[in-house]
Design a protein around this ligand. Structure first.
Ligand code: PMM
Length: 287
């Protein structure tokens, strides 16, 4: 079971006795769960500080929605959304990661103090990403991704989802390393919900060990996603509302922590901290 930390992580996070809890802060008008809620700088910063108070080890700031069908934004607009929020949160002593597919946004936000780059495209969306990250000396999340929100549902076609995702992620990792990214800085993420049907997500969760065994820190983002809404649907088939998916999210976080992941990315931080502690304790009981 591997839970080593990536190189470049802030020292204050190195001694945590549990997987990291990364709080979601979307500064977008249209993200699937919290879109529009924190679109204004002050409200976003307030929420980031609240996430920290609730126990977030890192607050993940994103300025472009990745949900199916979302509109893409240009670099200028994305920076306008995220940079003031990143700067203010860093100034308030919060560890911040930047959730972006754009090299320029990653570079500017790390210059403003962000301590991690979270790239849901795993470097596929911007050819400049690897060479940029190579010079930043911060951890870099490579997530499994097949295409932008407009097309991702059509791309959820696999021969064997676990084998295919492992192979495609590994290709990304090797390309990143060949492009100069320090292997010790890499965190990998199977990308739940990104070009994945509900059953694909469950299979990936059931085979987490195969990802963890590759030896890279693993991040899981299940929070409030569609497969949980579908699982919890009412008798008429109506998916559970976003805000009422947190208990299921916590169950996934506990399972992921028991499976040896390095971190979970969630909207509701407080209960997630408890959930990963439960998972960790359970895994320790196995030793
Ligand atoms: N999911 C979303 C956004 N960013 N980053 C990583 N590393 N893993 C994820 O699963 C992930 C992510 C989509 O969820 P959101 O709209 O709630 O942010």
């Amino acid at each position: 079971m591997s839970r080593r930390h990536p190189s470049g992580l802030p020292d204050t996070l190195l001694q945590l006795p549990r997987p990291l809890v990364i709080g979601v802060l979307n500064v977008t008008p249209d993200s699937f769960s919290d879109g529009g809620k924190h679109f204004e700088v002050n409200s976003a910063v307030e929420h980031g500080i609240a996430l920290r108070r609730d126990g977030a080890d890192i607050v993940d700031v994103g300025g472009e929605s990745t949900r199916p069908g979302a509109t893409l934004v240009d670099v200028k607009e994305e920076l306008k959304r995220v940079l003031p929020v990143v700067s203010a949160l860093v100034g308030a002593g919060v560890n911040v990661s930047i959730d972006t597919m754009k090299a320029e946004v990653a570079r500017e936000c790390v210059a403003a103090g962000a301590c991690l780059v979270n790239d849901v495209s795993g470097g596929l969306a911007d050819p400049a990403m690897y060479s940029t990250v190579a010079g930043l000396d911060v951890p870099y999340v490579i997530m499994h991704w097949r295409g932008h929100g407009a097309v991702m549902n059509q791309l959820a076609v696999y021969d064997d989802v676990v084998g295919d995702v492992l192979r495609e992620l590994n290709e990304r990792l090797q390309t990143a390393i060949a492009g100069g990214v320090d292997p010790d800085c890499i965190i990998m993420d199977p990308g739940l919900g990104f070009a994945k049907e509900a059953d694909d997500n469950w299979r990936l969760l059931n085979h987490l060990a195969e990802f963890v065994d590759l030896g890279y820190p693993v991040l899981i983002g299940a929070s409030r996603k569609r497969f949980l809404g579908a699982l919890l649907a009412d008798t008429a088939g109506q998916p559970r509302t976003f805000a009422e998916r947190d208990a299921a999210t916590d169950a996934v976080s506990a399972i992921a922590a028991a499976g040896g992941v390095w971190g979970v990315r969630v909207h509701n931080v407080k209960a997630a901290v408890d959930a990963v502690l439960v998972g960790r304790a359970c895994a320790r009981g196995r030793q």
